[in-house]
Design a protein around this ligand. Structure first.
Ligand code: SAH
Length: 372
């Protein structure tokens, strides 16, 4: 097992990005517009351009007075991310983009086209402090939290790419999953602001259905409870990876603080409150967590805690640099699925999109990018 990294909950306070319309609630948006000397109804016009028109280009905003337009737009919709590189694979249906923030911080997001939807995997932090040994992001440590604006910009830029045909026929971004770099619930307030901007009806937000947004967590129990209290319809995903505390303490180090039973109890409250099934993420690692007895235990534990309100997503382990672990052989995987299902628990295997461009789950590390 690789040497363990410390858990980091508090991001270093540095590189605070400029304030963006998407960092603000509706009252704050109007106040920010007033502060520039413009009438507050322009907040709605700007939001319309940004969330519905997917633009921050003053040239597109002919309903704003030409005099001072650029300065006004730059003040409220500052450029937060610039594209460094974009790579496609899976016949063009998967695209990973590397972005540089104002302070040189690098992050990645991954856009995926499926027959029935277009999904964006967003980063919520630059790096991650959760130190999971099989995840490339976790092995790189935490650089900083992303602002709500930086998260929302990933969504806008992806929605533009999808609309512009970057993944094949032009389409509408329909789903957002917080499964990129970072632990979203360790950056709670900014992630929640971003979620609100993603799901709010235009012009306040992009108008993506809450049910099509997934927040994934290693299991930060107090933050799961906070999310429950928000009473949103977003899906909760819990990265469990094993049903027993002994192994989970090493695979997901935060388990030393919140044990499997506590995490599943919090997940149950979420499911009961929202009526939504919780998704359990399980990266299947050869000879580590793929034994038949673990499948039985996983199935019985989930049945007991969540009954029908759960779905297991198995992820064949994606290779990461420096790790000697690999995915389980196919027959082992098939037997694992069979045993979980035999306990009455829904279980499917996730496709391993983006592997060849290091865009798959756990592979985001901004590797090979020259620092700013
Ligand atoms: N920190 C959050 C959000 C990241 S989601 C979380 O862990 O849930 C990324 C998902 O990919 C998580 O379920 C994570 O456990 C999984 N993952 C990480 N490394 C992986 C790898 N090498 N192969 C497959 N899945 C991996």
């Amino acid at each position: 097992m690789p040497a363990s990294l410390p858990l980091v909950f508090t991001a270093p306070r540095r590189g605070r990005p400029p304030t963006h319309l998407a960092d603000l609630d509706s009252e704050e948006r109007r106040a920010a517009v007033r502060a520039t000397g413009q009438p507050e109804f322009r907040a709605k016009q700007l939001a319309q351009h940004y969330f519905a028109g997917l633009t921050r280009d003053p040239a597109d905003m002919t309903d704003l007075p030409a005099a001072g337009r650029t300065a006004f737009v730059d003040a409220l919709l500052p450029e937060l991310l610039t594209e460094v590189r974009s790579l496609a694979c899976d016949d063009g249906s998967t695209r990973k983009t590397l972005w540089r923030a104002h302070d040189g911080t690098l992050i990645e997001s991954v856009l995926m086209r499926y027959p029935d939807r277009i999904t964006l995997c967003v980063s919520s932090q630059a790096g991650c402090g959760m130190a999971c040994p099989f995840c490339a992001t976790g092995q790189g440590g935490l650089q900083r939290n992303l602002s709500a604006g930086e998260i929302v910009e990933q969504v806008r830029l992806a929605a533009r790419m999808a609309r512009g045909g970057a993944l094949g026929p032009p389409g509408r971004l329909s789903n957002v999953v917080f499964m990129g770099m970072g632990e979203p619930l360790a950056n709670y307030n900014r992630v929640l602001s971003a979620v609100r901007a993603i799901i709010a009806a235009p012009p306040a937000g992009f108008g993506i259905s809450a049910r099509s947004v997934t927040v994934s967590t290693v299991g930060l129990v107090p933050a799961i409870r906070r999310l429950t209290a928000e009473k949103l319809q977003v899906r909760l995903a819990v990265s469990l990876h094993t049903p027993d505390d002994e192994l989970r303490d090493t695979l997901v180090p935060v388990n030393e603080r919140w044990k499997v039973a506590e995490v599943l109890a919090a997940a149950r409250e979420y499911a009961d409150t929202t009526g939504r099934r919780v998704s359990i993420e399980y990266a299947l690692i050869r000879d580590i967590n793929d034994q038949p007895w673990r499948a039985d235990l996983l199935g019985s534990l989930l049945r007991e805690h969540l009954g029908p309100l759960v779905h297991v997503n198995l992820i064949p382990l994606n290779p990461t640099p420096g790790s000697k672990w690999d995915a389980s052989p196919r027959p082992v995987q098939d037997e694992f699925v069979r045993r979980v299902r035999a306990q009455g628990v829904a279980c499917t295997v996730r496709d391993t999109r983006g592997q060849e461009i290091a865009a798959a789950c756990g592979q985001l590390a901004t590797e090979g990018a020259a620092p700013a």
